[in-house]
Design a protein around this ligand. Structure first.
Ligand SMILES: *Cc1c(COP(=O)(O)O)cnc(C)c1O
Length: 272
């Protein structure tokens, strides 16, 4: 178990007003940044969705973000998904929202808040996240996709999948080799129990904006080639999950449809 989980009760549901105000301001600032970047890029307002990256944040902090307008959340670690899922679903239901797969059924009229897994998934943790998350953004191999597929079929569900691509080539990052992304995506498209919804990447950890943009731009071209291939199961491969606190404007300029933002909403992380 990750050490910080011993220091912070992630299931805590109550935060003070000052902290709630900080988070509200953070969400509003990020939504403004997204709107400005959409306009700057000549893109339609609302074409980029905000996913709040909620690792190390507790239920109270996440609900403050939802109350301020966040409508999609993403966790990195299966243990955090497990620690927060029940409390989040209950708090969301109180507000008339359904959250993730577990919250999807009860009230068809409820607005749905998608719950994504955005961090690495070891195959022995698939069973932990499948009852909760709508989409796994961090699928980077055929092997992992096949294992998810088998578990989803056994449960009689379909789970969304994004193929994570390591566009920067940085060794510290997960994701498949960009040279193999099209072939892997086409194979994932054929698997039962899985819907290939798009591609995901983490921007290069460098200062040179042209290098960061090149990675995002290459992900978009890869997505377009996958769609144009017309191969079975690739017609829904539309999402480009790219852009974080430091590079969301660049990602939006290059066609991002989902930005994953943590620090700009919640502040610096105390752990990890
Ligand atoms: C933490 C994280 C984010 C958000 O990063 P910030 O820089 O805090 O906005 C986005 N994507 C992934 C995969 C992450 O782990």
């Amino acid at each position: 178990m990750t050490a910080y989980m011993d220091h912070k009760n992630l299931a805590n549901e109550v935060i003070d007003d000052a902290r709630a105000r900080e988070i509200t301001d953070g969400v509003h600032r990020v939504l403004d940044r997204i709107a400005a970047a959409e306009e700057q890029a000549g893109r339609e307002a609302g074409s980029v969705r905000l996913l709040a990256a909620t690792k190390t944040r507790d239920i109270g902090e996440i609900m403050a973000a939802i109350d301020a307008g966040v409508r999609m959340i993403g966790e990195n670690r299966p243990q955090e998904v497990t620690a927060k899922a029940e409390g989040l679903a209950r708090r969301c239901a109180e507000r008339g929202f359904s959250l993730g797969v577990a919250g999807a059924a009860p009230d068809a009229a409820a607005e749905h808040i998608p719950f994504h897994l955005i961090g690495q998934l070891q195959s022995n943790k698939i069973g932990k996240v499948l009852p909760v998350v709508d989409t796994i953004e961090s699928v980077d191999s055929i092997d992992l996709a096949e294992k998810i597929s088998r578990r989803a079929v056994a449960r009689g569900i379909t789970v969304g999948v994004l193929l994570e691509v390591n566009e920067s080539g940085e060794e510290s990052k997960s994701g498949c080799d960009p040279a193999h992304a099209i072939r892997i995506a086409q194979k994932i498209g054929t698997l039962d129990g899985i819907e290939l919804q798009g591609l995901m990447t983490i921007g290069a950890h460098v200062h040179d904006e042209t290098v960061i943009r090149r990675g995002f731009s290459h992900l978009r071209k890869t997505r377009d080639l996958i769609l144009a291939s017309g191969e079975p199961g690739t017609d829904r491969c539309r999402e480009l999950s790219m852009g974080m606190t430091g590079d969301m404007e660049l990602a939006i300029a290059e066609g991002s449809t989902i930005v994953r933002v943590g620090t700009a909403i919640f502040g610096e992380r105390a752990f990890i």
